[in-house]
Design a protein around this ligand. Structure first.
Ligand code: SF4
Length: 219
């Protein structure tokens, strides 16, 4: 039985808001439903949440569950990186769909930068991520996987996540088993851990649900 990724990786929404406007964005709906900010298309920083980085036990946090790193202001990023440097017991994950907007270098060992790729046309984001962000760790999230991605170069990538679209949004596309398995086989061949999100149950037989983490997460 697969477990939900949220059992291990906690969302810490230090920025809320994103102007990209994906059809399937659950964060926008939650933001409106719970009146988190006035306008989801304008990202807002919540610096008071930085104290949540001060954990006793090591944790893995996703900091972009309701935003895209490419639309964070630079000063927000700096404050977050400074706090991450003071809390090396934790790992911090960031995702973007617009790596072309980012350009920076960090030597911090506990930061992981990733791109989302949902189809073949988006896989160039992986190369742009590696070129534009000089960092210790990278990851790729193939979610919601909406088409065959084809051959991918996972050089330097430390983790891949694969997931299908959830919810009942108009135009919903379910991933096909062969798309998922094609990516997983490439990751395995390139020595990259793979994590199937729990929603793939039903598409992938239960005994074949792979849920691996990088050893650096300590999970
Ligand atoms: S990039 Fe993420 S946060 Fe932004 S609209 Fe798309 S799904 Fe929502």
């Amino acid at each position: 039985m697969a477990f939900p990724i949220k059992d291990k990786i906690k969302n810490l929404n230090i920025v809320i808001g994103c102007p990209i406007g994906c059809r399937y964005c659950y964060a926008r709906n939650n933001c409106r439903r719970f009146h988190m900010t006035e306008d989801f298309s304008r990202p807002q920083f919540f610096p008071e949440k930085l104290r949540l980085f001060e954990t006793k036990e090591p944790k893995v946090f996703l900091l972009t569950g309701m935003s895209d790193l490419a639309y964070w202001r630079e000063e927000w990023r700096q404050q977050v990186f400074e706090k991450a440097a003071q809390t090396p017991q934790n790992s911090y994950l960031f995702l973007t769909k617009r790596p072309e907007r980012l350009r920076f270098t960090t030597e911090l060992e506990n930061l992981w930068f990733g791109v989302t790729v949902t189809c073949a046309a988006e896989k160039e984001r992986i190369g742009i991520l590696r070129r534009n962000i000089s960092a210790k760790h990278y990851h790729v999230t193939f979610e919601p996987l909406s088409d065959e991605v084809g051959e991918v170069d996972l050089k330097g990538i430390g983790w891949t996540v694969i997931g299908t679209e959830t919810g009942n949004c108009k135009g919903k596309i379910s991933s096909k088993r062969e798309w998922v398995e094609g990516l997983a086989a490439q990751a395995k061949a390139q020595g990259v851990p793979v994590f199937y999100k729990e929603a793939l149950e039903g598409i992938i037989p239960g005994e074949e649900m792979v849920q691996q983490f990088p050893k650096e997460f300590g999970l």
